[in-house]
Design a protein around this ligand. Structure first.
Ligand SMILES: Cc1cc2nc3c(=O)[nH]c(=O)nc-3n(C[C@H](O)[C@H](O)[C@H](O)COP(=O)(O)O)c2cc1C
Length: 169
């Protein structure tokens, strides 16, 4: 696999923690982790393989640093030909009608830029009422639920990173 740039936005540290777990589950030496607060367009463009992660803060609302990164930086980056995988953290018990919306918001904002999106994930096993992250009956990335036990998240990360090992360059 070629190097992977993982870019996350996190308000209370959950997405940051998950980013480290995703790195450990891939080839750790190949994954560089960036907090989107400190990222420039060149930091993103140097990778062919990119992972994006954001939490959700209300219906259709991205984590605040990620929102700025998406609309001020990613929108202007040359992402043509790149492979991108998205993950999102959320809470399906307290926010069942906007579960992990961030994944879908990121996907929609970047669709049409010549990107190959990888890492779609089945909705099976999740309990929620609505999410902006479902396209053609699948999540367009990996949602991780605060309320799932640690083992469940571990299993989902392992399934997802196995997919990425196959689908990334
Ligand atoms: C005020 C507030 C609003 C939230 N809204 C949503 C939501 O709409 N959908 C969702 O899935 N999770 C929602 N969450 C849960 C967070 O996304 C979740 O706790 C996440 O793991 C936080 O990650 P972070 O610390 O990396 O920012 C909300 C949490 C808070 C405190």
């Amino acid at each position: 696999m070629k190097p992977i740039g993982l870019f996350y936005g996190s308000s209370t540290g959950v997405t940051k923690k998950i980013a480290k777990k995703i790195k450990e589950s891939l080839e750790p030496g190949l994954v560089d982790i960036y907090d989107v607060k400190y990222v420039k367009v060149e930091d993103v463009e140097k990778y062919e393989n990119i992972i994006l992660g954001s939490s959700t803060w209300g219906k259709g609302i991205l984590q605040s640093d990620f929102e700025r990164f998406l609309y001020d930086i990613l929108k202007f980056a040359d992402l043509k030909g790149k492979k991108i995988a998205i993950f999102g953290t959320g809470d399906s018990v307290t926010y069942p009608t906007s579960f992990a919306d961030a994944i879908g918001l990121i996907f929609e904002a970047l669709d049409g830029k010549g990107i190959t999106f990888v890492g779609e994930f089945s909705t099976k096993g999740y309990n929620f009422d609505a999410s902006l992250s479902i396209f053609e009956k699948k999540f367009v990335g990996l949602p991780l639920d605060d309320d799932s036990d640690e083992e469940q998240n571990k299993l989902r990360i392992s399934m997802w990173t196995d997919l990425l090992k196959f689908d990334l360059n």
